[in-house]
Write a protein that binds this ligand. Structure first.
Ligand code: FO1
Length: 326
């Protein structure tokens, strides 16, 4: 396999957890070697504006501009426009910051002028001097819908307005049947030296990307090692409802349960050291599934820890020979 400076890495990304990992990757290999396929199932329209939270979270994080506490949006953001919108609209629960609005205005206008989401995303990342290739998973509209006792809720309504409350009985990706991957997505998987699934919610962050036609096939076919990092630490996600979602959907709430969702294409599984403390069985169970296992600290509370995790994953996978000739 190629040297670290020419190692091409492709990641499948949701929001905050993925972005925190990717900022580390961009310190280990040249950022230009990195392609990121980003979930757009969380996208929503607010006040006529096209908002793509996961694309923006990845972009702002790679640009070192993100609010590192929250993991999304900008630090010291003001909300004067949102407050003023409260005069005209009843629903102002989605916290759109004043500076962040500039991105949504730019994206919305470019889409209305006929550009694709891929083209607008390339323009936005260029303006932020992000050197990674950031690819929306699709240029077509796909929307994650979460079913709870409260009904079928658009993702942001479930996640932000509803604070992820309620029992999840079903998750669907409206529009997925007719959506295609955006240009470059399948090529990025086939052309990579290493494919990584960062610690993102497997159902609503990685799930929509995997549901697009051609993605799972490309992941099975690629000669690159495919490494998945568990989003659970001591059996719980650092943030968000992944554990309750898995439970509601009948998936074992553990790294093994998550690995099973990826079993047809993943070679290596990374789990947090805290998941091994009182129970040595996850490693054995993962190895029985034919997976190489890395046990390490996956909590990325600062940049150094993001870099350390990226280094561990990349060094391990770099030593592995490509699937096709192993
Ligand atoms: N998350 C919240 O918990 N509350 C918000 O008000 C909120 C606003 C917001 C605005 C722009 C943006 O890009 C992201 C925003 N997020 C907010 C995060 C977002 O809901 C989630 O991180 C993702 O959709 C899940 O990956």
């Amino acid at each position: 396999m190629s040297s670290l400076t020419s190692l091409r890495i492709t990641a499948l990304a949701g929001g905050v957890g993925a972005a925190r990992f990717l900022r580390g990757v961009a310190r280990v290999v040249p950022e230009t070697n990195l392609s990121v396929i980003v979930n757009t199932g969380d996208d929503e329209e607010f006040f006529g504006l096209s908002v793509s939270p996961d694309l923006d979270t990845v972009t702002y994080t790679l640009a070192n501009a993100v609010d590192s506490e929250k993991g999304w949006g900008f630090p010291q953001e003001t909300h004067r426009c949102l407050e003023a919108l409260g005069r005209y609209y009843a629903d102002t629960w989605f916290g759109l910051g004043d500076a962040d609005l500039a991105t949504h205005l730019f994206r919305t206008q470019a889409l209305r002028q006929g550009q694709t989401l891929s083209q607008v995303t390339a323009a936005i990342t260029h303006k932020w001097s992000v050197e990674a290739t950031v690819l929306p998973m699709s240029n077509e509209r796909v929307r994650t819908v979460v079913h709870t006792e409260a009904g079928a809720l658009p993702f942001q309504e479930y996640f932000v307005k509803g604070r992820s409350e309620g029992n999840v009985s079903k998750v669907e990706f409206s529009g997925i049947e007719t959506a295609q991957t955006s240009p470059g997505v399948v090529e990025a998987i086939h052309g990579a030296d290493l494919v990584i699934l960062p610690p993102s919610n497997p159902i609503v962050s990685i799930g929509p990307i995997l549901s697009l036609p051609g993605v799972r096939e490309a992941l099975r076919e690629t000669t690159a090692p495919v490494v998945a990092i568990s989003p659970l630490v001591a059996g719980k996600p650092i943030k968000g409802p992944a554990d309750r979602m898995l439970e509601g959907l009948g998936v074992e709430v553990s790294s093994v349960g998550i690995a099973e969702l990826y079993q047809d294409f993943v070679d290596t599984f990374v789990l947090d050291q805290q998941d091994m403390k009182n129970d040595p069985t996850p490693r054995e169970r993962l190895e029985k599934m034919g997976l190489a296992v890395i046990v390490t600290d996956t909590v990325m509370s600062d940049m150094d820890k993001s870099v350390a995790l990226a280094q561990t994953v990349i060094a391990f996978a770099h030593k592995k020979r490509p699937k096709a000739i192993s």
